[in-house]
Design a protein around this ligand. Structure first.
Ligand SMILES: CC(C)(COP(=O)(O)OP(=O)(O)OC[C@H]1O[C@@H](n2cnc3c(N)ncnc32)[C@H](O)[C@@H]1OP(=O)(O)O)[C@@H](O)C(=O)NCCC(=O)NCCS
Length: 169
């Protein structure tokens, strides 16, 4: 399968998980690093949902390294975002922005005109990223993250027309 060519960072490309590897342990390791208070997901989760992986070609040849990923669901006219996570050592280099762009483009290619995600109010980084991508914040949903210990509230992040326009920039 062709790589999704959304990259503007040299040596980094975005690939659908299924084409990248059948070993979910790299993704699970990033999730564990990025979500230390969340109940670990079962193996099937990584295979069941569409997943895009940010892959760094650190060496000339594979095996290359997964440094971030995102997961989402598609419904008619709609893309719903689950995780977006980047290994701590690779944060603040634009990797999440590339994954954001890639998943929005996949959504648009499947006819989505609406995009929705969630984040806890305490997640300053995700809220700033969403604001940069012109998402609006919805009303607080108390106790949304029941897989977190302690349980956390969630804030809906809703794409706007400006968000979709940014894909063409
Ligand atoms: C949120 C997260 C995915 C961002 O990944 P990233 O690759 O570092 O993000 P980018 O480099 O693309 O940052 C893009 C913008 O997001 C915002 N941002 C990212 N990290 C930030 C931070 N720690 N503090 C404040 N703003 C931040 C900034 O606006 C940044 O733009 P700038 O670098 O020009 O200022 C990453 O911090 C992460 O994996 N966190 C843990 C997992 C998580 O909480 N995921 C979201 C679950 S809902």
């Amino acid at each position: 399968m062709r790589d999704l060519d959304y990259g503007s960072i040299p040596g980094l490309f975005i690939r659908p998980f299924r084409a990248w590897s059948l070993d979910a342990s790299e993704i699970a390791a990033i999730a564990a690093d990025c979500h230390p208070t969340r109940t670990a997901r079962q193996e099937w989760w990584w295979h069941a949902l569409p997943t895009l992986v940010a892959v760094a070609a650190i060496h000339e040849r594979p095996p290359w390294k997964a440094i971030g990923y995102t997961q989402f669901s598609l419904a008619p006219g709609m893309i719903f975002f689950y995780d977006l996570a980047v290994s701590p050592a690779y944060q603040r280099r634009g990797v999440a922005s590339l994954l954001m762009r890639a998943r929005l483009r996949v959504g648009r290619a499947w006819g989505a005109t609406h995009a929705l995600g969630m984040t806890p109010p305490s997640n300053v980084a995700m809220r700033a990223l969403a604001a940069k991508w012109k998402f609006l914040e919805g009303h607080l949903i108390e106790g949304h993250y029941t897989d977190q210990d302690p349980v956390e509230d969630g804030i809906p992040l809703i794409a706007t027309e400006e968000t979709w326009r940014m894909l063409d920039e």
